[in-house]
Design a protein around this ligand. Structure first.
Ligand SMILES: N=C(N)NCCC[C@H](NC(=O)CCC(=O)O)C(=O)O
Length: 444
């Protein structure tokens, strides 16, 4: 049976904006209050997804969430008509309104952790939506994320869905952004590497001092238990707290893996050599550990350019390619490194650059925009086909964006009741295009 790694990219929602909501995420904070362009943002994402489909990759799209989130605003005490709720929230608690308007679900690397069936004891593909408790605006995503994943991966003979972890900082879970699956072949049992920022139950372990560590060891262990992984195919590594304090708020900002390649910065982890040896011991093939030294690319350049928030994909011809943001091309040190990398003796042979600047300005690169789901043919055949990227879906979604999205959005616009109407109209139509059923609160 054939096996694939599919990428499911987050479709950028109609309220994409720059509110500076993510403390510890340098781009989000430094671009706060910029005017955004939701239409461009959605189209940049669609272009990247379509380009991967055209390279022969299996590519799907995940629907955005309902924003402004009137359900949450009402839950925290704003009442009246929808327009009144928006107006009162804007006047009395603008930060809460902004949190309820973020299009942050576009970064589907944070949607869930996914374990392919080759790794799990029950032989099913497991999903656990991330609770994202560290940030208010993200903590309101997991229930709808679960609805969307269930609407796409519906067949219980193949797919096993879990509830998100308890909503407490002890179980801070950021999903696939802190999880990398390594394997010799997508269909063979691999090694699932969970990278955490702090451990709650061992207070003497190092932790960042300035910025939050969003992922806990306890959350990673809980997901590994839920997904029925064996000790022999899991590795838990700690992220270097010093790099979290330099803006590496997720591990996928400093490391990325694919099959037998782990591409990471010299300063990414703690106890690096010991942990890499454990990975190698548990793998059934030789690993390529590609370590980028600080002397070639400093942490600041890595954070600015998102060198490691790149996708490493295996093309149908077996070669690997890197999908990088154009910001990597514009940074001299990073561009020089990538140009050299493809000449090394590793499976990575090409780099493709994509303009995803609307997302990058909020700290989301190509890898943040996608959730990886390794599947076999039978599982792929059970996926809702209406979310899979092809010529028809690409042109349908571009038309949909043209019809419903604004090309300019400021923070002040978030209270505009018309934006709510536009957003709901767009999402209602999208659920019909993607045949998702009623996944949103406003449809229930
Ligand atoms: N690295 C991965 N996988 N994902 C990137 C997520 C970026 C996101 N930015 C934001 O949520 C900013 C929203 C704002 O400020 O308006 C975050 O910090 O959670």
């Amino acid at each position: 049976m054939k096996h694939f790694e599919a990428n499911f990219d987050g479709l950028v929602g109609p309220t994409h904006n720059y509110a500076g909501l993510s403390f510890g995420n340098v781009a989000s904070q430094s671009n706060a209050a910029l005017t955004s362009n939701p239409k461009d943002a959605a189209k940049q994402g669609l272009k990247k997804a379509k380009a991967l489909a055209d390279m022969g990759m299996v590519q799907g799209m995940l629907a955005p969430q309902e924003r402004p989130d009137l359900h949450t605003l009402r839950r925290i005490g704003f009442s009246g008509t929808d327009a009144e709720v928006l107006q009162k929230a804007a006047q009395q608690a603008p930060a809460l309104l902004q949190a309820c308007c973020s299009a942050s679900s576009m970064w589907t690397a944070n949607a869930a952790t996914v374990s392919p069936s080759a790794d799990t004891r029950d032989g099913k593909l497991h999903f656990t939506p991330a609770n994202l408790v560290d940030k208010l605006h993200r903590s309101i995503e997991p229930s709808t994320t679960g609805n969307i994943l269930k609407a796409i991966f519906a067949d219980s003979r193949h797919f096993h869905h879990h509830e998100h972890l308890p909503e407490h900082p002890s179980f801070g879970d950021e999903g696939a952004a802190n999880h990398t699956r390594l394997c010799s072949d997508y269909g063979r049992a691999g090694v699932e590497v969970f990278v955490y920022g702090r451990a709650v139950t061992s207070q003497d372990m190092p932790a960042p001092k300035k910025y939050p560590a969003r992922q806990t060891l306890e959350a990673s262990q809980a997901v590994a238990r839920l997904h029925q992984l064996e000790d022999d195919n899991t590795v838990f590594m700690q992220q270097n707290p010093d790099v979290i304090d330099q803006g590496v708020f997720h591990n996928d900002v400093i490391a990325v893996g694919n099959q037998n390649v782990l591409f990471y910065h010299e300063q990414a982890f703690l106890h690096t050599q010991e942990k890499l040896a454990e990975i190698q011991r548990k793998m059934d093939t030789d690993m390529h550990f590609i370590e980028v030294p600080t002397a070639k690319v400093g942490v600041q350049d890595a954070v600015k350019s998102y060198l490691f928030n790149t996708q490493i994909i295996t093309l149908p011809n077996g070669e690997m390619a890197i999908i990088a943001p154009t910001d990597c091309e514009e940074n001299a040190a990073v561009h020089a490194y990538l140009t050299e990398l493809v000449t090394f003796n590793t499976p990575i042979k090409k780099v493709h650059y994509f303009d995803v600047k609307q997302s990058m300005q909020n700290g989301g690169g190509p890898a943040c925009l996608r959730l990886r789901v390794a599947m076999n043919e039978a599982e792929l055949a059970a996926v809702n086909p209406n979310v899979m990227m092809n010529d028809a879906l690409f042109s349908r979604l571009n038309q949909w964006v043209d019809k419903h999205y604004r090309d300019r959005l400021t923070i002040a616009d978030l209270a505009d009741p018309q934006l709510l109407v536009e957003s709901r109209t767009a999402l209602d139509e999208l659920t019909q295009i993607m045949k998702l059923g009623s996944v949103y609160q406003f449809q229930r």
